[in-house]
Design a protein around this ligand. Structure first.
Ligand SMILES: [Mg+2]
Length: 421
């Protein structure tokens, strides 16, 4: 049942506060609280490890926090600072494998399943990661690492020892670990869910582990019950990044369609935009783009592009493809790749990253644009996106030049529906 899966869950301890202590030596070993604003009623968003010892919690008002800890040093938040440290930490994680999924600015999942033969001793690897973070990112930064066969148990393991924890959960110790916990100690189980389980006679995490999937589904009246059975029995219920391994958009081109170069240019745009639409629908970004063009004489041009940062926007995919085509032409002194001899064209995107995992990983603008795009697509049915897309495929040059001219399909929507902006 356990299979070969191996997940590391990395949770930076008191991340925002520790970043502040990293850059300001005076703050080290002192109780500090990062706040939305440091006025009397400012809200504590991150107490330092030292401040937590006084009972400070995220969400407290500053005037209440100071009552608990009179020496507390309130600090304003510096998001760009935390993002910079985050990027440094992700860089270290990605030096071990490609399957690194940031869950938030201070948490990441590393899926080592296909690297078990490379990293035979995961504990040694975890210690090395901790050491490298201290050496290469900041000597004051600490993290708790959980190691287990699935993402849920790895996260649970990372929660069990703070700060600077290193805990594993495997078949040989899971019952011992769970026997010390309450239902509400499990990430994702709050009061309501716990009450439902207790009502069904499941009072402890151990009982939850040994309840059948069917019993849990009945108890929770939902498929969620099955997920809980899977989580505590080493199956993966929380990483489904591989559900859509690739998405492809491709078109055959008839002899009459290929008479016009502009039509072929338009076709490439529409393929990129179709992929954008599907990725928005699935809430994913892609790291790899593959493009191919077949010609009448059976020759093929194809290339694989690794996007520097994950992409979702059709025009960005188009730009990357165009840049690659330009480079090919320059290197090989060839004719234009998009010409009137094309018989088929296709674009594939792969290596998906869930959009929510990108929060703060990229620049804020990207996230904002992502939300904007989602909003646009939520409107698509109302305003007939499919009709519009068909129009694009039929090479209505006016529409196409608008798309190219304004950089994104969303501009068309905002022009036609200004009331929703
Ligand atoms: Mg944390």
């Amino acid at each position: 049942m356990v299979g070969d899966s191996l997940i590391l869950f990395i949770d930076m301890n008191s991340f925002f506060a520790t970043c502040e202590q990293q850059v300001n030596y005076y703050l080290r070993n002192r109780p500090v609280a990062v706040c939305v604003y440091p006025g009397k009623y400012g809200c504590v968003i991150a107490p330092s490890i030292e401040a937590k010892k006084f009972g400070l919690k995220t969400g407290m008002r500053l005037n209440d926090a100071v009552k608990l800890c009179p020496d507390l040093i309130p600090l304003e938040t510096h998001p760009p600072r935390y993002r910079e440290f985050h990027i440094g930490i992700m860089k270290i994680l990605r030096s071990y494998c490609e399957e690194v999924y940031p869950k938030s600015i201070d948490e990441a999942i590393v899926d080592l399943s296909t690297y078990r033969h490379v990293y035979k001793d995961p504990l040694k690897l975890a210690r090395e990661i901790k050491q490298r973070i201290r050496k290469e990112v900041g000597d004051y930064l600490q993290c708790s690492i959980g190691i287990a066969p699935n993402a849920f148990l790895a996260k649970l393991a990372s929660d069990l020892q703070k700060p600077d924890g290193l805990v594993t959960i495997f078949p040989e110790n899971i019952d011992e670990v769970l026997s010390k916990l309450q239902l509400t100690d499990l990430p994702g189980i709050a009061g309501g869910l716990s009450a439902q389980l207790i009502k069904a006679g499941i009072k402890t995490p151990l009982e939850l582990r040994y309840a059948s999937a069917d019993k849990l589904r009945a108890a929770l009246k939902s498929v969620v019950g099955i997920y809980w059975h899977q989580r505590l029995n080493f199956m993966e219920a929380d990483i489904d990044f591989h559900e859509y391994k690739t998405m492809q958009a491709m078109r055959q081109v008839s002899a009459s369609q290929r008479q016009n170069v502009q039509t072929m240019e338009n076709l490439l745009v529409s393929l990129c935009m179709m992929l954008e639409k599907r990725m928005v629908g699935q809430g994913v970004y892609a790291k790899d783009i593959t493009v191919f063009i077949n010609y009448e004489d059976n020759k093929v041009w194809s290339d694989r592009i690794h996007a520097g940062s994950p992409v979702q926007e059709g025009t960005k995919i188009l730009d990357l493809i165009k840049a690659r085509m330009k480079k090919f032409r320059e290197t090989h002194h060839s004719d234009a790749l998009i010409n009137t001899h094309i018989s088929a064209m296709g674009v594939t995107v792969s290596k998906f990253v869930p959009a929510d995992a990108l929060v703060l990983d990229l620049f804020e603008d990207t996230v904002k644009q992502d939300k904007l795009r989602q909003t646009v697509y939520n409107l698509k049915d109302k305003f007939g996106y499919d009709k519009l897309l068909k129009a694009i495929e039929l090479s209505d040059d006016n529409i196409m030049s608008d798309v190219i001219g304004f950089g994104s399909v969303k501009d068309m929507y905002y022009k036609s529906t200004p009331s929703v902006v």
